[in-house]
Design a protein around this ligand. Structure first.
Ligand SMILES: C[S@@+](CC[C@H](N)C(=O)[O-])C[C@H]1O[C@@H](n2cnc3c(N)ncnc32)[C@H](O)[C@@H]1O
Length: 238
């Protein structure tokens, strides 16, 4: 059961425990965090699902009701809970954490939920089957490796949209990851696999969960946030 007395300090402590560079250990941590996941992310003003969905909606002209949506690293099902309010009905979810998938299952919104450790196991999704492929908050070092973006593109239908939202977490590994990600996105465009629809930047992706708790109180509200970006690509038709 979610602990309703969770505080920002509890949330920060949980984020700071979840530091392993090993994806398998990370997803195991999510198993134990699942029940407090949404509460802790709300306490840190996490905006990856909203950032991605808002940008996607500005650019999606198909039928919401008919669209097939692949939610990669679906976690607790936050994306489907928001998108169902907008008329979307067909969701398939993938995640590496059993605990998170159990929460996603409880929403009753997913037609299928699949367990897979991305980067180690292939993305369990049919090629060319989804109108929308979305990944929020999981393109980071120790999470889904950069190579996964090719698999996201494979899963999209020709002309389908791939939406990726992520935060600029501090540290050299985060900066290196972002550089490699943007290089791969560009490389795929040069290969004719997709074209960029646009980028949407936010200065307030979430509160920096890795700040020293002693320092947080000294900072102005806006200094506590990390920035983030939603990347939107359209798969080539041919
Ligand atoms: C920050 S949560 C984001 C969840 C959801 N997309 C959201 O925005 O609420 C990251 C999710 O990615 C999953 N994850 C991290 N690395 C993964 C990997 N290599 N393979 C599969 N899932 C992974 C975790 O289990 C967790 O559910």
């Amino acid at each position: 059961m979610t602990d309703s007395s969770r505080t920002p300090e509890d949330a920060r402590a949980a984020f700071q425990t979840c530091k392993s560079p090993d994806a398998r250990e990370r997803v195991q941590f999510y198993d134990s965090w699942a029940e407090n996941y949404e509460k802790d992310h709300c306490l840190m003003s996490y905006s990856a699902p909203h950032l991605g969905i808002d940008f996607l909606l500005d650019n999606f002209s198909g039928s919401h009701e008919a669209a097939r949506v692949l939610d990669v690293a679906c976690g607790s099902g936050w994306i489907a809970k928001l998108m169902v309010e907008l008329g979307f009905k067909h969701f398939v979810g993938v995640d590496g954490s059993q605990g998170m998938l159990a929460l996603a299952a409880k929403t009753g919104l997913y037609e299928e939920l699949k367990l897979a450790l991305l980067g180690t196991e292939p993305l369990p999704a049919q090629t060319g089957a989804f109108d929308v492929v979305i990944i929020a908050g999981a393109l980071d070092p120790g999470f889904a490796p950069v190579s996964v973006v090719r698999e996201l593109c494979h899963a999209a239908k020709p002309g389908g949209l791939v939406c990726m939202s992520r935060g600029d977490h501090s540290g050299a590994a985060g900066q290196q990851y972002k550089k490699e990600l943007e290089r791969e996105l560009q490389q795929m465009q040069e290969e004719g696999l997709w074209s960029q629809v646009g980028l949407k930047h936010t200065d307030r992706y979430m509160e920096d969960p890795h700040l020293d708790p002693e320092r947080v109180q000294e900072l102005q509200q806006e200094q506590r946030f990390i920035s983030g970006t939603a990347y939107l690509y359209k798969k080539a038709i041919h």
